[in-house]
Unconditional design. Sequence first.
Length: 256
Amino acid sequence: MEISELQKDLAAAFRWTAKLNMHEGIANHFSVCMPNSNDFYVNGSGMHFSTIKASDLVLVEQNKIEEIKKNPDLVDPTAINIHGAIHKKVPHARCILHIHSKYATALSALKDPTLPPIDQNSMRFYNRVTVYDDFGGLGFEEESNKMAACIGNHRSMLLANHGILTTGQTVAQAFDELYYFERACDTYITALSTQKELKMARKCDICGKGPQFGNRVSHAQNKTRHKFLPNLHSIKIDGKRHRICSTCLRTMKKSV
């Protein structure tokens, strides 16, 4: 069977995750949907991330899911449940990456797993990550459906006391989300270890939103570019200087 670029991309994601030491050997799962279909490729059971090749990936067809679940030596049934449910119910989740990386998992173990805006990576994820706080231990069917509902329109979902799950329209987009989320968590956990007060990014004095890094994806070139938004403007109101974001500034100008 001819190996597709999709399979090669997913295999590369496994290899890079191992190279960056964000894996747990044979645990965790990555998947990507076939074009115009909810059938998906996923890693088979017992394969170390560092050894996975494009030809090793298992194609899970939606009309054969129940049959494949009966063969746990082929694919972990929890992977089929979780990835199958999310691929079906979350349109933007064409690729799903789930790992227990060191710093994302450390963040998931905190009572308050909010990632504050303390650097450009954490700004990117500020108020943009959903937290699944009802994890029951194994991704059975009911659990998988609840996880799919929790993602909503988010690209990333932190699983309390567990790890991180990222999504994307492409493998590249999902991996970019995964890599920079782990970097953001690394910075935050390291900053906490100093036991010093954290310096947060400035926020708008009106809406309370701070500067964030957002993704703009050029589908034509399949590249992700970063744009700093929203900008904060220093405005004097009634003799007192305020920092106001572009959105609030436009609203103020319209009301004048």
